[in-house]
Design a protein. Structure first.
Length: 563
């Protein structure tokens, strides 16, 4: 190539140096002596070896190398440059100048003006090095990092221009995923905080709506109070779903109702789907048994499959249908099937759709992690996830899961709003430590109606002072409070040897937080999750006071018991 001619000119110069002043002092007609000829041959062999070594190095590096002469003629292009830009060896050999190369590469760039910019700056007299990044378009878009600088001789004169290219697509993808992970972690913390703040007013709204319903049930069953309660209950479900996805705790196998998980996930995503003109229908088998699994992880599976179907439809026609079906296929297996009428999965990418970071979606739309997360979770549960393109168009994803028997201790208690009220406990003295005034007032009103004597304080250090001066049969304490939180409050009781540590019921809107869960679990402490029903509060109080109640557990259908 042209680089060889460049070496040839350098070698000729060195030959003249090898014969020393002879070329200057003697006539060209004078014959060359054997000694002088030997010196020239040695210099020639040295430069040939140097040329071979340099060409080998430049062709062997895992970077694209482009060397351009001062006038724009291409001196050298290595094989890796051709691989990066999908140019064969013949095309590289035929290249003459930079303009010809630019005309050939122009369609490959996201921004066609970016590639020749450094060369133009150099041609205009700049001697600065340049770092930049170039985006290549195509079926598999890539990002190239470029370092460019002038090539100077020993006197500082510009001999040409050197550009070195490196493919950093994978590096940028990993960096993007890490940034996305950080964003999701920050979002999870934000959602958890917001949900906790919403749970306090929801507790008061639901509680007082229930009290009003109880007073007016004979005169006006239902009515406005019922509407208030039902809407507050709907808001509670939304907040709870948000908390599920902000959860940071370790996976935990418990009773999982697949149909309930699907209904909850569809409800969470319902608004976005309606806005995009996508209808969702569910065909849930009524005989589907519960299984021992991590309900939070399975909800992530359903959500990811739902979002994947949604994005496929939007990528195709922009509106469509999603169908979710559950079936019991044998005594020990069940399936979840998600159908969409999108464009289907192209055969050329079918083998890669479960690979981490692989996505066919435009930048900013897909992370390439959704289906790989589905695959990992299902595999951890001893199941299998498969897909197929449907004959009439669209795709079906099928999740096959084992049915694992649920221990009796995991069976939930269905606590409906009109459940039988437990036997009223004997009058007891109760201290409520809650920094939210309306929640403290609600708890006090409910317990006073039950015949208890109730004191309320809005400050946890003040609560410790009340306990030191008075005997209480029960302490009801919020977990998240300023100055002294629930764990610190409990530790103070333990350090002081106060027997109230054995008669404490915590209430919290942060049951899914890892620190909260670890504290309650490690100390085996009873708690009540906000927002709670009035009946749940009564049952919890009876349980802690040692009264006879219908069960040693309380909670809503599908939830783990807290006591």
């Amino acid at each position: 190539m042209a680089l060889r001619s460049w070496f040839h000119s350098w070698r000729t110069k060195q030959k003249s140096l090898a014969v020393g002043a002879m070329a200057e002092e003697e006539s060209e007609e004078l014959p060359v002596t054997p000694e002088e000829g030997s010196l020239v041959e040695r210099a020639d062999r040295q430069w040939k070896r140097l040329q071979a070594e340099l060409l080998s190095v430049l062709d062997g590096v895992r970077c694209g190398v482009l060397l351009v002469g001062a006038e724009g003629n291409i001196r050298f292009v290595n094989a890796h440059f051709g691989m990066l830009f999908e140019l064969d060896a013949g095309a590289l050999e035929r290249l003459k100048d930079f303009q010809e190369l630019w005309n050939m590469l122009q369609p490959r760039f996201e921004d066609p003006r970016a590639f020749p910019t450094p060369w133009r700056i150099f041609a205009n007299g700049s001697g600065d090095a340049i770092y930049d990044e170039l985006e290549l378009v195509g079926e598999a878009p890539r990002i190239l990092e470029r370092y460019a600088r002038p090539v100077l001789d020993e006197d500082g004169r510009k001999l040409g221009w050197l550009e070195i290219y490196r493919d950093i697509t994978s590096q940028r993808n990993i960096q993007s995923k890490l940034e996305q992970t950080d964003k999701m972690a920050a979002l999870g913390q934000l959602v958890s905080g917001i949900a906790h703040e919403l749970n306090n007013p929801l507790t008061s709204i639901m509680g007082y709506a229930q009290l009003q319903l109880a007073r007016n049930s004979a005169e006006a069953p239902g009515g406005e109070a019922k509407m208030i309660f039902e809407e507050a209950e709907r808001a509670r479900r939304i907040v709870k779903n948000l908390l599920f996805f902000a959860r940071q705790a370790e996976p935990e196998r418990t009773r999982a109702d697949i149909n309930a998980i699907i209904e909850r996930t569809v409800s969470l995503r319902g608004y976005e789907l309606r806005v995009e003109n996508i209808t969702v229908s569910c065909e849930l088998a009524p005989d589907l048994p519960a299984t021992l699994a991590d309900p939070f992880q399975l909800q992530q599976v359903v959500l990811n499959l739902l979002v994947n179907a949604e994005q496929a439809i939007l990528e195709g026609r922009g509106q469509g249908r999603i169908r979710i079906r559950t079936r019991k296929v044998s005594e020990d297996r069940l399936t979840i099937e998600v159908f969409d009428n999108g464009p289907g999965i192209p055969p050329e990418v079918a083998s890669r759709i479960f690979d981490p970071f692989f996505t066919t979606k435009p930048p900013g739309v897909g992370t390439g992690l959704g289906l790989s997360i589905v695959y990992g979770i299902v595999e951890q549960h001893g199941g299998e996830v498969t897909f197929e393109n449907l004959r009439g168009g669209g795709t079906k994803f099928k999740v096959d899961l084992p049915i694992t028997a649920v221990p009796d201790a995991e069976a939930p208690v269905d606590m409906a709003m009109n459940a039988d009220t437990p036997r009223k406990a004997a009058s007891s003295r109760v201290l409520v430590v809650e920094d939210e005034p309306t929640v403290a007032q609600l708890v006090a009103d409910v317990l006073r109606n039950e015949g208890h004597r109730v004191d309320t304080v809005l400050d946890s250090p003040e609560g410790l002072a009340w306990i030191a001066r008075n005997h209480y049969d029960l302490i009801i304490c919020d977990l998240r409070m300023p100055r002294l939180d629930g764990p610190a409050f409990y530790d103070a009781l333990v350090r002081n040897g106060n027997s109230a540590q054995h008669r404490i019921l915590f209430i919290t809107g942060d049951t899914l937080g890892p620190h909260t869960a670890d504290f309650l679990k490690s100390h085996q402490l009873p708690y009540l999750a906000k927002p709670f029903l009035v009946e749940e509060l009564k049952l919890a109080v009876c349980r802690v006071l040692g009264e006879s109640v219908p069960s040693a557990q309380f909670g809503r259908a599908g939830e783990k018991a807290h006591v």
